[in-house]
Design a protein around this ligand. Sequence first.
Ligand code: SF4
Length: 363
Amino acid sequence: MIAEIILKVAGFEKGEFTYHPRPSNAGLERCLRAMCYQAQNYRGRLLADRFFAVMDDSSWHEELTLDFLRKSSFQVHSEQMVVECGEVIHNGVPFMIRGKIDGLLTDLAGVDRLFEHKAINHFTFERYAQEQFPLDYLTQMAFYFVGLTKVQPDVKEGVLLIKNKNTSQYLEFLVDYDVASDVLRVLDVVKSDGIRRDGKEFTGLYGHAMERFAEVERHRSENTLPPRQYDTGDWHCSYCGFSQMCDSSYEEEFSSFTEGADLSEIEDTVKEYVRLSDFKKRTEKTLDEVKEEIKRAMKAKECKKAKSNGYLVSLSLQKRQGLDKSLIPPEILKDVQKETLVEVLNVKHEKLNKKFQKEDSNV
Ligand code: SF4
């Protein structure tokens, strides 16, 4: 009765998302090509109504967190204050990038810190809790720090507080930022259960983001697109509204790429690729052989759980679902099969390649 209409209501008042440079789309992980599509007014796939409900629920999470904070010894103020974060050329004219900060936090010692809140899904939260850094959010904060220099120049530190929407755990990144050198340091990363991980220093987040805005503008004025930032199988592309047109136009662009360019400037990287690929092949082969030997030993003793000097070894039978294409009528198979573009990188040594070609022609 309600489930079917509620998301439609959420999406009812949605407006069109038009491109303009802003702190929230400044992050380097945001696809430059997708930004160019947007800036050139290409019409992508329509956003699902559920997307608007998700966005809306993020602001409610922020409100809940702020409500808790207001009951703590921290003072929250300057919520949604507009800051000016630098000028770029947009649509051919100078454009001031403006952003709204989530707020400023004042502690008992009277120190003000920038406050930025995000509410995200469990899997991304865990990635940030364990190993990765939320580069796009940190870039957004760098923009706000730049903007704050005009109105609150004493604010040098900030807190990025990320809430796990599934578990209500929090993850805090305490950062400081030096506007002159464009260096953002993550000083501390702590989860609400007290588990910490090391911080890291990032140079040039703001500068690179400004260069990307200039790049989007250049492509807009020349009616061109940059190469893909992500491969077709990447999750960014699965969620991208421009994926269909991106795939089809990329095939055309790719066919016009030249052959025979000189890449000596990345010779070391190419060598490393060959070394790692060989290593991977050898390791995979050895791993398969070792696996088979363990399985053989277990089957010889007809056991499925065993011990080997402190190691627990187990063998289980798992059922996996798969499609038997031979049972699907061809007219249905044709409709459900999806073609995807895949970039295949192949690196061989020139001399070896010639040797193989020669041997092949002698056969
Ligand atoms: S499909 Fe992928 S590469 Fe293409 S614009 Fe979207 S995110 Fe970028």
